[in-house]
Design a binder for this molecule. Structure first.
Ligand code: ACO
Length: 435
């Protein structure tokens, strides 16, 4: 028998050899590397765990975000998302995610001022944006310009220098709204509207998006607050696809701009941050409430997915979706009702009553309503994932920083189960190729 010094252990019998092993359990998990001692002989590499898409593998220890998918709980640094969305600003939440504690008044003022001081981007970045086709997707522009920023800050490679690292974290949070708004204005052939540091973080973003000939843009306070809440709801979501990419690229000690660009590329996908865009396209395609049953029938036949429904972690309800419904009604009071809302409400109602969706534990996720709100606020559909990226930036950075400073971490490099051909030689095949 092979034993490890652990108070809690998993006793496993290898039926190939009859040997019994005690595999230690720490924090409710076994170390995958402990399985390597389970071998059939000296030549055997040792047992691997096979877990495509990390369905049951913890890739890190993290103190940032807690999710209980069955109970619909989401907390940043211990604080429930409902309380943060009700009482905090997005920059306050960003501070919390990155520092582990809420800022006091003086700390928050300093943090807000520092972010405000870094909202401008180098004029040369505008030239990159100018080079894109007018119909270039703003998410593609965002991914590219985030990566381009790294060339303007060569010292961003000094990721283990605390002051430098923190200064680039600030820059990324400060500049992403500017990149995002400039990408939008390029598509519409509009002159770039520069940041206005008198305004709040969401207010300034609205200014850079919509400012026209007025000397000073004044955001509608209800829309400004709604956007702030939406950013809070998207600020982090533990080891989601893009956070995992951020950590993986960061594990090679790449600079934070390159890592954030890769994370944004992951977010671009329709199964992740592209979902809110896909929801809107789906709702527009359905068109009217009468067409909802047909659409649901196609989903049930497996022809299409119901976008904005389902989640890898939440199998009961997505707490963010509940908050977002409230935000929706506040926004519609200012903007008027989005006609697609009726289609969305009908879809939700019918799906929640339908045994297929109940059995598959499919509920609206955060993106089911966010797109309808963004559209009512005037954002083009292509900007939806970009808005998500602005919100997610503090989360990516907190995950990245935690990852690179974690002594348990190494360069991210999974194993594989090789299923290709056994060794073979060119021989005849080579001579027939040369003919
Ligand atoms: N519509 C219809 N059926 C679905 C959906 C859906 N949206 N989501 C899952 N299912 C079904 C699958 O067909 C599968 O059925 P089966 O077991 O009969 O084969 C079962 O539910 C499990 O689906 P998986 O794809 O294995 O679930 P997973 O956890 O891998 O997927 C995901 C999660 C990607 C979010 C999925 O639910 C999906 O594609 N949803 C639509 C896209 C979306 O809204 N994404 C946004 C996610 S939230 C975010 O990124 C912020």
């Amino acid at each position: 028998m092979t034993t490890n010094e652990h108070t809690e252990a998993l006793k496993v019998t290898d039926t190939r050899t009859g040997r019994i092993y005690d595999i230690g359990i720490v924090d409710g998990a076994v170390h995958a590397t402990d399985l390597r001692q389970i071998k059939t002989g000296n030549e055997d590499f040792g047992l691997l765990s096979y877990d495509p898409a990390f369905l049951n593998t913890a890739s890190c220890r993290s103190a940032i975000t807690y999710i209980d998918g069955d109970r619909g709980i989401l907390r940043y640094r211990g604080y429930p998302i409902e309380e943060l969305a009700e009482q905090c600003s997005f920059l306050e939440v960003a501070y919390l995610l990155l520092h582990g504690e809420l800022a006091d008044k003086a700390e928050l003022e300093e943090w807000t001022d520092t972010i405000r001081n870094h909202t401008f981007i180098h004029e040369s970045i505008k030239k990159f944006i100018d080079g894109f086709h007018p119909d270039a997707h703003p998410m593609g522009i965002l991914v590219s310009t985030l990566a381009a920023l790294s060339t303007f800050y060569p010292d961003a490679k000094e990721i283990f220098d605390d002051d430098r690292r923190k200064s680039h974290i600030v820059r990324l949070i400060a500049k992403i709204p500017t990149l995002a708004a400039f990408a939008h204005r390029h598509a519409f052939g509009l002159p770039y509207a520069y940041p206005d540091d008198d305004l709040s973080y969401p207010g300034n973003f609205l200014n850079m998006m919509w400012k026209a000939t007025e000397l000073k843009y004044r955001p509608d306070p209800a829309l400004e607050r709604a956007l702030d809440v939406l950013l809070i709801l998207h600020a982090d979501h533990e080891q989601n696809c893009s956070a995992n990419v951020m950590r993986a690229v960061g594990s090679a000690h790449s600079d934070p701009y390159s890592s954030a660009s890769a994370a944004a590329a992951a977010l671009y996908g329709p199964l992740h941050g592209g979902a809110n865009e896909a929801v809107l396209k789906m709702l527009a395609g359905i068109g009217t409430v009468e067409n909802v049953p047909d659409h649901l029938a196609r989903v049930k036949r497996g022809e299409i997915r119901l976008m904005g429904f389902g989640h890898r972690v939440y199998k009961n309800f997505d707490p963010r979706a509940k908050i977002i419904k409230r935000v929706a009604s506040e926004v519609f009071e200012v903007t008027g009702r989005n006609p697609l809302l009726d289609v969305a409400l009908e879809l939700e109602k019918r799906a929640l009553e339908d045994p297929y969706f109940v059995e598959h534990k499919l509920y609206p996720n955060v993106d089911f309503y966010s797109g309808i709100i963004y559209q009512a606020m005037g954002f083009p559909v292509e900007m939806f994932p970009v808005l998500f990226a602005i919100g997610r930036m503090p989360g990516w950075l907190a995950q990245w920083e935690e990852g690179i400073l974690d002594p348990d971490q190494k360069i991210s490099r999974p194993r594989q189960l090789y299923v290709g051909p056994e060794e073979r030689h060119l021989g005849l095949a080579a001579s027939s190729r040369s003919r």
